[in-house]
Design a protein around this ligand. Structure first.
Ligand SMILES: *Cc1c(COP(=O)(O)O)cnc(C)c1O
Length: 385
């Protein structure tokens, strides 16, 4: 019998329309940041609504760096973030000479625990960096209340949260200083590599636009399209090289039009996982409150206390059945750099620690077929019995 085809943990959903749009950008004679990137920014801002401005960047990591720079994070400052996230959330603080105060998460949502934020606030705290884990909104009402009370900023790592709502409003529209989305290959929409930074604050948007391109006050497209001399520009700061190409933006514009269908497919797949797995000794991921949207970037199952197999055994069984999985995340307090820099101990993060020991992210992507999903369910049922 031939081995069944491998089901990856994630696979991007790229169709002919994306291929045509990229080919069009390639043939247009303008491949770097230009009309496609500008249109992508406008369409993304319009999608979110609420009068936000959007700044396209070549990764969410770049966007987080620009956001922290723009709100004035610098040497000696501290940002508060969950330990259960990707290192990009906090590495950008170190780029600026600031430090990360890592805190534990909520046992139900696995989102940053507001009570832990409150106890981590110090005179050095400059910002809170909530991460909408898996696509479920953090308790932003509580987080904004803490931020206001202590006079600190909020920068949302919304890499998983397109589209996600909190109290009826899309993430990106809330009262945070800046919100950062990712278009990495496995996110809910992709540009290969890319990201979008969103703010309502015109001064922050302007600073991030300038720092995105070498600290130059006019971008190349402006310079070559405008009637004033193209050769003249002014460098006003030592900026970065974080602009998104028109090739990537052309891909992103098509993906954005497909986002409603992507969300619907993810919701269908999640409902099928719930039906197929709910009688097993597993903790299935928390749903959004009634009426709210969960982006379902990830489907993270946890072995319940009564389960008789380990996380590693489940991962091995799925791998033997030709199914890719992942773990989101090895908590930052376990990563050598962060652990050693701050002398962190696992006992300080009991919730993230227990979740980490028992969690597996199983395949969830819009291009997954029903029969592929049935194979995942059957393999998981056999693995945990
Ligand atoms: C993917 C991801 C990032 C980084 O996004 P890039 O676009 O790859 O830079 C940051 N934070 C979280 C939580 C992510 O999942």
């Amino acid at each position: 019998m031939p081995a069944p085809e491998f089901i990856p943990f994630a696979r991007p959903d790229i169709g002919q329309a994306e291929i045509d749009a990229v080919a069009h950008a390639l043939r247009s004679g303008w491949v770097t940041t230009g009309p496609e990137a500008r249109a992508f920014e406008q369409e993304f801002a319009a999608y979110l609504g609420g009068g936000v401005q959007a700044v396209a960047v070549n990764s969410a990591t770049a966007g987080l760096h620009l956001a922290l720079e723009a709100i004035g994070v610098g040497p000696g400052d501290e940002v508060i973030a969950p330990t259960l996230t990707f290192t990009a959330t906090v590495e950008v603080a170190r780029y600026l000479g600031a430090d990360a105060a890592l805190v534990d998460v909520d046992p139900v949502t696995l989102n940053i625990d507001p009570a832990r934020i409150e106890s981590a606030i110090s005179p050095r705290t400059k910002a809170i960096l909530p991460v909408h884990y898996g696509g479920l909104a953090c308790d932003m009402a509580a987080i904004h209340a803490i931020a206001t009370r202590h006079g600190v900023q909020v920068v949302e790592d919304a890499a998983h949260a397109l589209p996600t709502t909190h109290q009826g409003a899309l993430i990106g529209q809330l009262a945070s200083a800046v919100t950062v989305f990712s278009f990495y290959a496995n996110k809910t929409m992709t540009t290969g590599e890319g990201g979008m930074v969103v703010t309502r604050d015109a001064a922050l948007a302007e600073r991030m636009r300038i720092m995105r391109l070498h600290g130059i006050s006019r971008d190349a497209f402006d310079r070559f399209q405008s009637r004033t001399p193209a050769w003249y520009y002014e460098v006003v700061a030592p900026g970065f090289k974080y602009n998104l190409t028109d090739i990537a933006a052309a891909l992103g514009r098509v993906q954005l039009t497909r986002l409603p269908a992507f969300v619907e497919r993810r919701q269908q797949l999640v409902a099928r996982y719930r039906d197929g797995l709910q009688d097993l000794p597993l903790i299935l991921p928390a749903d959004a409150p009634p009426g709210e949207v969960h982006a379902w970037h990830l489907y993270v199952i946890r072995l319940a206390d009564e389960a008789r197999v380990t996380r590693d055994e489940v991962i091995q069984a799925l791998s033997d059945a030709g199914i890719g999985t992942s773990v989101h995340y090895v908590p930052l307090h376990r990563q050598p750099y962060w652990r050693d820099r701050y002398g962190l101990k696992s006992e300080q993060f009991p919730v993230a620690e227990k979740a980490y020991q028992r969690m597996v992210s199983i395949p969830l992507f819009t291009a997954m077929s029903d029969s592929e999903q049935e194979r995942v369910i059957a393999a998981l049922r056999a693995a945990v019995r």
